[in-house]
Design a protein around this ligand. Sequence first.
Ligand SMILES: C[S@@+](CC[C@H](N)C(=O)[O-])C[C@H]1O[C@@H](n2cnc3c(N)ncnc32)[C@H](O)[C@@H]1O
Length: 387
Amino acid sequence: MGKKDTAENVATYSVITQIETIRKLHSNLLREIANALQKRRAPTLGIFGIGGEVSPYGYFPRWFTDNVGEGNVVVLDYNPKILGMGYRYLNSQQVFDSFTPEVHLKSDSSIEELLQGGRSPPLSIVNVNPDVVIDPQKSGDRRFIFSEANFKFPLRIAEESLDAVDSTLALHHVFAYTEDVRRIFREIFRVLKPGGLFHLGEASVNMRRSEENIEKIRGVLDDVYFSDERDPECMVRIGSPRAKYRLILTEEGHFEIDNDEDVRNKLSSHYTFTVNDGKIFLPLIDPVRDADFVEAVNQYYLRNNIEKARLLGIMDPSQKPFTAKRIQDSIQQGLIEKGNAERGLVEFYSPQEFLITMLREVGFDVRSELANPNRTEAPMVNIYASK
Ligand SMILES: C[S@@+](CC[C@H](N)C(=O)[O-])C[C@H]1O[C@@H](n2cnc3c(N)ncnc32)[C@H](O)[C@@H]1O
């Protein structure tokens, strides 16, 4: 990314932050998913990463009963509190008059955590076995399943069991590497029925820079054992532990290598590093060489937060769900995401061409649409992929 590109991109990224664009993204998704479901008898919908207040479906709680018809819903999220919020909210909207709610939690999460902070709704079924493979069509009842699941790992869902899957603004939280993105796309392809629809709602800030940096430094050192420890749940290790050099990418997003003259010579023409306590340190996102990248990310989150703060003042409280508390929480969330971006851990804000190419490689038929057609530069995209 050159300086000029960066200036243009920063202007473009700011559009992403506009709440109306998110609403547009959501309303397109609801319309398309409804169309896809209505063509199918007793369809099953998968929602991957539901968010608090089950947004976007929370705007229209009757949406499920109206559009899923005689079918089923499977909600996956790795946060039991979010599953609990969704469960309580839909319960309060009488969505479960027509569905049988079911909850699948990891054995180390307690049901109390799920129900924390609210009046306990009557749970029809509590299945505390996360290892069960979900086959939503197995029982005769209409099912609404909330399952604690992490997209970093294979989905515990039966093959060809879903008619449509929506994942909006969720998958960019998940991965650090391109290969991981391909893996979840393959998984979604596997669980969809033939002709099924995958809706991917994403934003397209390019944060693949850190992956390129990892490749570059491994190339410079050549005979190297690489250990990526940024995400304790998913450590990545490449090369033989007997290799000449050991390159550790720490949880803070810094490379660490034993201090050695050879290494310093190899690195000196490419990187700015510091030496301390017998170790060489260099940042994953180099603030000197990659200033353009850091600046773009900073601008993106800064504008995002300013826009949200502005809405604090002007939002009509009757226009749920943007309450002051929610906006403050999301500003906090934005700061966490910014930290993750600097560690190279929010990688999936990728240009739509990149996502589309990968979906096609996995076997999908793809079409895409900008979330706000009146702003052709808007980087928030709805991607529809059919199996
Ligand atoms: C920003 S919310 C999006 C919610 C909703 N789809 C929307 O469009 O408003 C992202 C959701 O993804 C979930 N999520 C993030 N990383 C995840 C992971 N590794 N596995 C499962 N869910 C994840 C979060 O808990 C959160 O509910």
